[in-house]
Design a protein around this ligand. Structure first.
Ligand SMILES: Nc1ncnc2c1ncn2[C@@H]1O[C@H](COP(=O)(O)OP(=O)(O)OP(=O)(O)O)[C@@H](O)[C@H]1O
Length: 259
């Protein structure tokens, strides 16, 4: 049994019993291409989910739908009790609920690390520059690069830039962190520093959905692994079951190819 049936909440109400994310019968098309097919997934608070599957299976699309970088065509996505798919797009609310880290770090090149981290909190949370800088420094310390605050992104390594991107997302005080292949663009020697930062976050109880090919991370950090193929969720399992006794033939084929 997965947590879909273990977590219940009354529709329309918000409270401690709300799951962090609930996706109900979500469908998405790109033109005539059916990219997400009846996706149902409930993520508990503090849960760590790793999403894997072959290229083009819909992993990025699925997590980009959670923070509305992509729109869905049917179904519902409820984040921390807010139905983000109802009543139009509330970008400020989405940005406060979900932080996202992309493969390409997406930092503003003309702004310092500190400015990258303070921009959105000042704009969206309405806090002063001094408050925003205090928060930014707290999170830059947390990702272990406070000494880089005055530098520009181009002066940092890829791993450092990705840690800035994580700090920047945390400055919005999100309830959920979404990671879309955060280590794929990094040189191998920098992967570990970013994964270590993600492990720290996981240990602090952050709810996380991570699209990643880092199966070691999935095995050691995930509470559940979601396997997608051709726009469908084919399997949701604990790492032990997923890696040692996968239920679906396509999961076995996928694992056979990457091992
Ligand atoms: N903007 C778009 N327009 C049209 N088709 C798209 C668009 N974005 C994604 N797709 C298609 O939707 C499918 C799912 O893409 P998605 O990026 O979600 O897959 P993925 O599992 O994350 O793949 P990868 O591991 O290669 O990043 C692919 O077939 C892709 O070509």
């Amino acid at each position: 049994m997965n947590m879909v049936s273990e977590i219940a909440s009354a529709p329309g109400s918000r409270g401690a019993s709300d799951p962090a994310v609930r996706m109900e019968d979500v469908n998405k098309w790109y033109g005539s291409f059916h990219a997400l097919k009846n996706i149902n997934l409930t993520v508990g608070r503090g849960e760590r989910i790793v999403i894997c599957g072959p290229s083009g299976s819909g992993k990025s699309t699925m997590i980009r739908c959670i923070n509305q970088l992509e729109t869905i065509h049917s179904g519902r996505i409820i984040v921390d009790g807010h139905d983000l798919t109802a009543g139009g797009k509330n970008v400020d609310l989405i940005r406060q609920e979900t932080g996202m880290v992309f493969q390409q770090f997406n930092l503003f090149p003309h702004m310092t690390v500190l400015e990258n981290c303070t921009l959105a909190p000042m704009k969206v949370r309405g806090i002063t520059k001094a408050e925003a800088e205090e928060i930014a420094m707290k999170f830059l310390r947390r990702v272990r690069i406070p000494e880089q605050a005055a530098k520009y992104p181009a002066q940092l390594s890829g791993g450092q830039q990705q840690r800035v991107a994580i700090a920047r997302a945390l400055c919005m005080n999100p309830k959920i962190m979404l990671f879309d292949e955060p280590t794929s663009a990094l040189d191998p020697e920098m992967v570990k520093e970013v994964l270590d930062t993600m492990v720290d976050l996981a240990n602090e109880g952050m709810t996380m959905l991570c699209v990643t090919h880092e199966m070691g991370f999935a095995r050691s950090v995930a509470d559940r692994v979601v396997f997608m193929d051709r726009g469908e969720i084919l399997e949701v399992a604990t790492p032990d079951t997923f890696f040692d006794a996968p239920q679906h033939e396509r999961t076995r084929f996928f694992l056979g190819q990457i091992s």
